[in-house]
Design a protein. Structure first.
Length: 59
């Protein structure tokens, strides 16, 4: 995921797990933070507004 609003990017993982998910390309992706050392599925509250994120899928 990328966000020009937050000037940030995060990974998405197609794996089972709890926490924040992002629905994109007909899948529910688990959020993977790229900067903070946190568990998969965790996202800081100050960057969590979904409307400011765009999914990008690489195949």
């Amino acid at each position: 995921m990328v966000s020009s609003h937050y000037s940030h990017a995060m990974g998405l993982a197609d794996v089972p797990g709890t926490g924040a998910h992002f629905n994109w390309a007909e899948k529910s992706w688990l959020v993977a933070e790229t900067v903070s050392k946190v568990s998969l599925g965790l996202i800081a509250a100050d960057v969590s507004e979904i409307r400011h994120w765009m999914g990008v899928v690489f195949e």
